[in-house]
Design a protein around this ligand. Structure first.
Ligand code: FAD
Length: 503
């Protein structure tokens, strides 16, 4: 009997994608499979990517990573959501909080009741009904409590992390090497394809070493060394929908306690991120080079830091889009090699995680059944397209007319599925979501409302609830949220008590 099992996996790249993949595969596949990772210190990593979404908790759980240890070693902080400043109009401010908003009532989601209550003046802003959005601006944070009733919002708090990207890669490297992953320092100079079927046979390093494998994972970053340069997978360019194509990044000193949220402030030709860590704050201006020069973008960024800059600003260039094939022959691209969307909703590290999960789920043997590959590619493309639409929503749903960039975004054509989603929402706050999508209903609701897309009316069944009961529902939910927030400690206190990083 022929043994078709995959025995040798070669990962090219040692950034967040390479080390997350190596760590997860080592843990899940065990010692029967040999995993080698090749990286070049001279080329280095992209060095950014420090804000995450709550899904990372599941990754840590599967890998049995201890949260406290992980946060300490990566100078991490906690994140309840993202604050958007000046997006719909200059002066606007809203938080896209993770987790629930209110609670479903009967057959309907909470926001349907809220729409009517808000219109009739018996409800506050939607953020008042979410633990995350109420706690974040007050600087409060705690992990989920085990000593409260399971129905309490404190029993299951949706949160993510901010961390130092370099320290995270190091943390995962230690984890992976302890589980048998072999790292080789070197530059890949050649990819050798098999004559018979064009599959990758081996890669060759600048030292002359030839490394062969059954399965190759391309984590080489934007260049897509294997998937694009060797296999010509092709790329769908989405710059017309997401026009930002550069970023300038610079860390600065902390000037106060870290906020338990990422901030995204819209600027004249893009937006600025602010990611607070224990030892510094990460900042960057993501912008469109069509609408602003690098120098102007750099001075805008430097003029809007909390504290003194800790390094020279670094410029990064990118093209938003996705590979036409994420998996081609015996090569799978994960991370920036598979495509890129700006970090507006911190989706890239999540997409690395979901790529790994998809690979494990559809793990091949050496026959590389095309049915498996097609399924992987279809799922990955669907996920990317829905994330793309969610990001485009932030740009197109704006009333800003103060710069050519915002004029472009406000009037550009948008992807058809997004146009349909907005149309349905606008009519009566209805929303259709496929179970494989990343963003949940409450994310769409918060961003739609935050970007000033208010439905014309609510679901007709809401009118069955008498007015005093509607008001009572709003009051009771807010009462519970307020009491929970009141009992939460400050984020800084939580860090000091449980996971203070070494100086
Ligand atoms: P890289 O970090 O570029 O690593 C590539 C690796 O390949 C390196 O080790 C390099 O040495 C190696 N390599 C390349 N060529 C060769 C060769 N020839 N031989 C040997 N080795 C080679 N994501 C988030 O989730 N949240 C964020 O807040 C966020 N912010 C971002 C901000 C910006 C401006 C950008 C550009 C990205 C951001 N991302 C964010 C995305 C995130 O940074 C990446 O998804 C993540 O770092 C993974 O990168 P990577 O490992 O794919 O690539």
């Amino acid at each position: 009997m022929i043994d078709n099992r995959i025995k040798d996996i070669v990962i090219v790249g040692g950034g967040t994608a390479g080390w997350m993949t190596a760590a997860a595969l080592a843990k899940i596949l065990g010692p029967q499979v040999s995993i080698r990772l090749i990286e070049s210190e001279e080329i280095g990593t992209v060095g950014v990517g420090e804000a995450t979404v709550p899904h990372l908790k599941l990754f840590n759980k599967i890998l049995e990573i201890d949260e406290i240890d992980f946060v300490k070693q990566t100078q991490g902080t906690f994140k309840l959501g993202i604050e958007f400043v000046d997006w719909g109009r200059i002066g606007d401010r809203y938080i896209h909080g993770f987790g629930t908003v209110g609670h479903d009532y009967g057959m309907l989601p909470f926001h349907q009741y809220w729409l009517k209550a808000f219109k009739t003046g018996v409800a506050e802003d939607i953020g008042a009904y979410s633990l995350n959005t109420a706690a974040a601006p007050l600087g409060k944070f705690m992990a989920s409590a085990s000593d409260v009733p399971p129905t309490s919002p404190l029993a299951n708090i949706a949160y993510a992390y901010h961390f130092d990207a370099g320290l995270y890669a190091r943390f995962l490297r230690n984890y992976a090497e302890a589980r048998g992953v072999r790292r080789t320092e070197g530059k890949v100079t050649q990819t050798v394809l098999r004559d018979t079927d064009g599959f990758i046979d081996a890669i060759v390093l600048d030292s002359g070493e030839r490394i062969s494998g059954d399965l190759f994972v391309d984590c080489s970053g934007f260049r897509g060394l294997l998937i694009e340069q060797a296999l010509n997978a092709g790329y769908d360019d989405w710059t017309h929908w997401l026009p930002c194509d550069r970023a300038i990044a610079v860390p600065c000193e902390n000037v106060g306690p870290p906020t338990p949220f990422t901030r995204s402030t819209a600027r004249s030709a893009g937006w600025q991120w602010r990611i607070p860590l224990q030892h510094r704050t990460g900042n960057g201006y993501v912008y469109s080079s069509q609408f602003i020069s690098d120098d102007e973008a750099a001075s805008t960024l430097l003029a809007n830091l909390d504290g003194p800059a800790l390094a020279e600003p670094r410029t990064l260039r990118f093209k938003t889009g996705m590979r036409k094939k994420f998996w081609d022959r015996n090569c799978i691209a994960i991370g920036l090699a598979s495509g890129f969307m700006e970090p507006l909703e911190s989706t890239s590290i999540y997409m690395i995680q979901s790529g790994i999960a998809r690979l494990v789920n559809l793990f091949p043997d050496r026959r590389f059944d095309p049915a498996i590959i097609d399924r992987y590619n279809a799922q990955a493309a669907f996920e990317c397209e829905r994330i793309r639409d969610f990001l485009v929503l932030h740009y197109c749903a704006t009333e800003r007319n103060d710069s050519p960039f915002w004029d472009y975004c406000r009037t550009m054509s948008i992807p058809a599925p997004l146009a349909e989603t907005i149309r349905l929402w606008r009519s009566s706050g209805r929303f259709y979501r496929n179970a494989e999508e990343m963003f949940i209903l409450t994310s769409w609701v918060q961003v739609m409302l935050g970007q000033r897309i208010v439905p014309a009316t609510h679901h007709p069944m809401v009118d069955q609830l008498p007015a005093p009961e509607l008001e009572g529902l709003m009051r009771s939910v807010k009462g519970v949220i307020d009491a929970c927030v009141e009992s939460m400690p400050m984020h800084q206190m939580f860090i000091d008590r449980f996971c203070k990083a070494p100086a």
